[in-house]
Design a protein around this ligand. Sequence first.
Ligand code: 5AD
Ligand code: SF4
Length: 458
Amino acid sequence: MNVYDSARMADVLKPLGYRPTETPADADMVILNTCHIRDRAAEKVFSELGRLRVIKQARAAEGRATVLAVAGCVAQAEGAEILARAPYVDIVLGPQTYHRLPEMVARAARAGGAVIETDFPVEQKFDFLPDATGPQLPGGVTAFLTVQEGCDKFCSFCVVPYTRGAEASRPAASVIAEARRMVAGGVREISLLGQNVNAYHGAGSGGGADESSWSLARLMRALAEIPGLVRIRYTTSHPRDMGEDLIAAHRDLPALMPFLHLPVQSGSDRMLNAMNRGHTADDYRRLIERLRTARPDLAFSSDFIVGHPGETDADFAASMALIRDIGFAQAYSFKYSSRPGTPAAGAPMPVAGPVGDERLQQLQALVRVQQDQFNASSVGQTMEVLFTGHGRKPGQLSGRSPYLQAVHAAGPDQLIGTTAMVKIEQMLTNSLTASLLSPVPTRPIPTRANPLLERACA
Ligand code: 5AD
Ligand code: SF4
């Protein structure tokens, strides 16, 4: 989401004459877009600021001013501390205030002191940001699109509800219009983003039947009709919001990729309860079964936390058991990191650091085995790849499988931006090699107009 947000900040600054530079030394303004999810991410900000201070001073010696801004969730949570520790910062802005950036830049130029904006404005930033026009990377074939932000789940360990704010969805018409612009700009795969994306409940376009709230499934059904959009993904989901219609979307929509990131955090009911997750390990197992019934080739990824306060050896063993039961194609795992202001930060029975390290190692080793098994099972298979660019070797293309695996194959440049069938030949450490089966795109760009969509975007 920070990648998407950074592109939107560039959009909002363009009318002021700003454009991206290659290095901070060339920049009249530097924005650090920050993450507060774990302690280590937040600490990076201060070491990065130290480096930027040196650049700012060197430029000042040459008579060039540098506006230094800190955006994102560290700015939201630690705005005052940033200004105390790094008084050379000019602007501190939280994630819900990016649309006010031009005004802040003007104020920073006028004022001697720093400008700080970390409230949650009543207006929605998406109503005020200029239209996003294409992929986040020039010539990009894949793009992110934020449809929902914030979270009301209040998991014990998590800062998101405090830094991104309450759960809010963008109207369906605005999302569809943005997706159409992206596709017109060459995008073929869109990943819908939200901290709690499957809680999406966007307003319709305000006319007739569209007035009712749109679920994520309904939104994706409309997006799947956009000519030229061949792949849709969404992340990140909460097990509690995996509704029947979303499961049915996995059954019905070929454009919806068969790879789902569904964080479970722990396999122990005791821990899931302490984490305020609102589901049990068996609820999760049953949900995976229902999804697999709807779409048998669906592969799963998840997030795990080890060492949450109170986690015993037995709780950890339950997480390992759940991983063995499900069989993940991939998973992210983290050692619990205490975040100020969250309920778990003051919880009794903290887990000792080395115990957490040991558990993390064990869990990651198991996930690695499963991931290797999953990738090895791809060898010999025929699958569709979306080619996104060149590989490192001459004549080589790189792309992604439906399961987000990196795939390399020899092929002509005109395949970039299209999907083609390949046979997977070999598994390397972080990618697969393949040979082309069809020299022409398997899914040419359709031109069919869609009356439903025209209405949704009216
Ligand atoms: N400590 C460790 N991991 C965390 N996550 C969120 N908050 C914390 C924390 N305090 C992890 C969760 C979440 C992912 C984005 O980051 O697993 O799903
Ligand atoms: Fe954080 Fe996700 Fe829990 Fe929301 S559902 S509080 S974003 S971990």
